[in-house]
Design a protein around this ligand. Structure first.
Ligand code: GDP
Length: 178
């Protein structure tokens, strides 16, 4: 374990949600391990990965939870959301439906998660420029209306993944210390 000798100041639980196949698992492995895995996953059940990093001089252990396919069966349980301080709400910029369903995911968060949860809307697969079905402007407007942070990412080439997670963790940290 990489943090045996480190003093952890905070553990922040972050959940990754959104429709199936938008790239949640790949986002997570990109952030936690800087990997993109070309084999699709086969495990079902809640899993998390951790990464320890320093924000404003504090050692933060980010514990990032993946639905591991439960969303396919509409079976994401309240245990998944319990204690979560942040949420990465991911859609696929090439799948209009996955963006239209974001409102459902926000309702899900409002009913199961803490009301102070920090939400980051993520338009993933921004490497697929020719297949884009959701404009950046629409997403920015929606995020502003809903009070969400927003970024477009590519888990495939790594674009903005790190900065999106860092922004979310930074915002959580700001709320924790204020
Ligand atoms: P999940 O069901 O939301 O966890 O989605 P996965 O992480 O399993 O990804 C679903 C599919 O999209 C897989 O075939 C991934 O290889 C692919 N994928 C994920 N992220 C990206 C990305 O940023 N760009 C591209 N082009 N494909 C991606």
């Amino acid at each position: 374990d990489d943090d045996v000798n480190e003093k952890i100041d905070y553990v922040f639980k972050v959940v990754v949600i959104g429709d199936s196949s938008v790239g949640k698992t790949q986002m997570l492995s990109r952030f936690a391990k800087n990997e993109f895995c070309f084999d699709s996953k086969s495990t079902i059940g809640v899993e998390f990965q951790t990464r320890t990093l320093t924000i404003n001089g504090k050692v933060i252990k980010a514990q990032i939870w993946d639905t591991a396919g439960q969303e396919r069966y509409r079976a994401v349980t309240s245990a998944y959301y319990r204690g979560a301080l942040g949420a990465m709400l991911v859609y696929d910029i090439t799948k209009r439906d996955s963006f239209d369903h974001v409102t459902r995911w926000i309702e899900e968060l409002r009913s199961h998660a803490d009301s102070s949860i920090v939400i980051m809307l993520i338009g993933n697969k921004c490497d697929l420029v020719d297949l884009r079905m959701v404009s950046t402007e629409d997403a920015i407007e929606f995020a502003e209306e809903q009070g969400l942070f927003f970024s477009e990412t590519s888990a495939l080439n790594g674009n903005n993944v790190e900065s999106a997670f860092l922004k979310l963790l930074q915002e959580i940290h700001n709320r924790v210390v204020s």
